[in-house]
Design a protein around this ligand. Structure first.
Ligand code: MG
Length: 203
């Protein structure tokens, strides 16, 4: 059976990111070295709370200020925290091909308000999706069931009607447990081949 919609993870699938860029950008105005600062923001319990929607961006900023002795202002912080993304061209091209073929595509991301603000501003392709599910809005992060349910509700489809692409194994496992057709993304070539094999693209 051919899937009816494609669900894209964002980070490391369509956009690469690197929090060491943030750490280096902010370190000059911090009491701690860049590497220690990175530990506060990269895959940290603090980032988890922020991306779960438990704290606002201003609260996140104030917490980093206290934890790392950051002396810069809020706007500088937003620029450094959000300016970490770079397009992964073959994957952006894959989404364009799907869109051109009339396939509905959705974004499904553990993310935060600053990241989305920057991505919208800097990457035109990002406007070309049919819908967006963000952890900080839903109040739950992948692989929690609640955020997968939010995708199913938004798209109006479930199970094998959804083709799901994500680079994190635990997220893929959670998708497969719901019957989604999930592709564990490790490299563009293999993911593109899997999508081409799904019958969604014209041959
Ligand atoms: Mg990812």
């Amino acid at each position: 059976m051919k899937p009816a919609a494609v669900i894209f993870d964002l980070g490391k699938v369509l956009l690469d990111f690197d929090y060491s860029i943030t750490a280096r950008a902010l370190a000059g105005q911090c009491a701690v070295p860049a590497e220690e600062l990175r530990l506060h923001i990269d895959q940290s319990p603090l980032l988890l709370r922020y991306e779960s929607g438990e704290m606002t961006t201003e609260e996140f900023y104030r917490t980093v200020r206290e934890a790392a002795g950051y002396r810069g202002n809020y706007e500088t912080f937003r620029e450094a925290f959000g300016g970490i993304f770079a397009e992964i061209p073959p994957m952006v091209d894959l989404q364009r091909r799907l869109k051109d073929a009339g396939v509905h595509c959705y974004i499904f991301s553990n993310t935060n308000e600053v990241a989305i603000h920057h991505v919208k501003r800097n990457f035109p392709f990002f406007a070309g999706f049919d819908g967006y599910v963000y952890s900080h809005i839903v109040g739950a992060m992948k692989p929690a069931a609640k955020i997968y349910e939010a995708v199913e509700a938004l798209v109006g489809l479930r199970g094998a009607d959804l083709l799901y692409i994500d680079d994190r194994e635990e997220n893929i496992v959670a998708g497969r447990e719901r019957g989604w057709h999930a592709v564990h993304h490790t490299a563009p070539a293999t993911t593109i081949a899997a999508v081409e094999g799904s019958g969604l693209l014209p041959t």
